[in-house]
Design a protein around this ligand. Structure first.
Ligand SMILES: [Zn+2]
Length: 325
């Protein structure tokens, strides 16, 4: 099990079960328990256990909630937080993915899987794109259609009726870690892409410095909604085995503030205080905003910049192309 410096100052989760089963990403049976965590976003106590594959370094939740139970974990507060994050400072938020895509493709048919209310697609409206989306929630999909003009399929990816070779670009931002079978999901993406078409995706990096530093308090764990946790190594191995070629892989971003918030909440909880979980709406005061800005400038940004340079940033952004046959 990986140890973390902050685990020594905050209560640890219970030990994990050695029964993990084979790795769902590469099939290796050389897997070991890895530290798990409760749902810290909702401030819940039930621990979830993780396993790590020694062969490919993939990490997964061996005993995930059943799909019919997931509504308990994807509640209104969660959807509100996700939508707010996607909508804030719209063009700046999506500047980097648009830039990455434009390096490889500037027009054609684009599918955004997990398009939510169409925040990303809306930044492409009016360009030379034929826009498509997939969204599970009907009202959210209707919003996406209205604001982007995209054709949005409502439902699960596996039920979407797109033809083989239909897309030049497929995007999925902070999504792959949520799916029950990433190998099957990516095989479907591969089928829908034209030969040479690109997959552009973003997801947390389980082998980032922050993940190692914060351990079970790392914000990127997001249990039990994140069913898989990728590293550059595990993702490269998986995508290469599915006939994709790497065009770009970079790590960046920081979840340090949110992770530090989880550590603080655990310490306060241990001292008898119970701060509201991140799922509770709140507006930070002026004093805290000032402290936060100072910490960002002096600590978080320099740490994140060095981690990114070392290939150990908190989030991975990737572009892989479908091999031409
Ligand atoms: Zn594996």
């Amino acid at each position: 099990m990986l140890s973390s410096p902050v685990e020594s100052v905050a209560p640890s989760p219970p030990p994990v079960s050695p029964a993990t089963g084979p790795c769902p990403l590469c099939g290796s049976t050389d897997a070991a328990p890895r530290c798990g965590a409760p749902d810290r976003f909702h401030g819940r106590k039930q621990p979830f256990r993780l396993a790590r594959c020694r062969a490919c370094s993939g990490v997964w939740l061996p005993d995930p909630p059943r799909p019919e139970e997931m509504f308990l974990h994807y509640d209104e507060e969660y959807h509100r937080a996700i939508t707010q994050a996607g909508e804030s400072d719209l063009f700046e938020r999506w500047r980097r993915p648009r830039e990455l895509i434009s390096r490889h493709c500037r027009s054609g048919s684009l599918l955004d899987i997990g398009c939510s209310s169409g925040a990303f697609l809306s930044t492409l409206r009016g360009g030379d794109w034929k826009l498509h989306g997939i969204e599970m929630e009907p009202e959210t999909a209707a919003k996406a259609r209205l604001r982007t003009g995209a054709q949005v399929f409502v439902g699960d990816v596996m039920g979407a009726p797109f033809a083989e070779g239909a897309f030049d670009v497929i995007t999925c931002f902070d999504l792959l870690e949520h799916v029950y079978d990433p190998r099957l999901f990516l095989a479907r993406v591969h089928r829908w892409l034209k030969p040479g078409g690109i997959l552009c995706a973003v997801m947390p990096n389980i082998e980032s410095w922050e993940a190692r530093l914060f351990g079970s308090y790392w914000y990127g764990l997001e249990l039990p909604r994140h069913l898989f946790h990728f590293s550059p190594r595990s993702l490269r191995r998986l995508l290469t085995s599915l006939e994709f070629t790497e065009r770009h892989l970079e790590t960046n971003t920081s979840y340090a503030e949110r992770s530090a918030g989880y550590v603080t909440a655990a310490l306060l909880g241990g001292a008898g205080f119970q701060p509201p979980p991140p799922s509770a709406p709140r507006t930070p005061g002026i004093a805290w905003r000032g402290v936060r800005k100072l910490l960002r400038l002096t600590l978080v940004r320099p740490f994140s910049a060095v981690a990114s340079l070392a290939g150990a940033g908190a989030s991975m952004e990737i572009v892989f192309s479908k091999n031409a046959r």
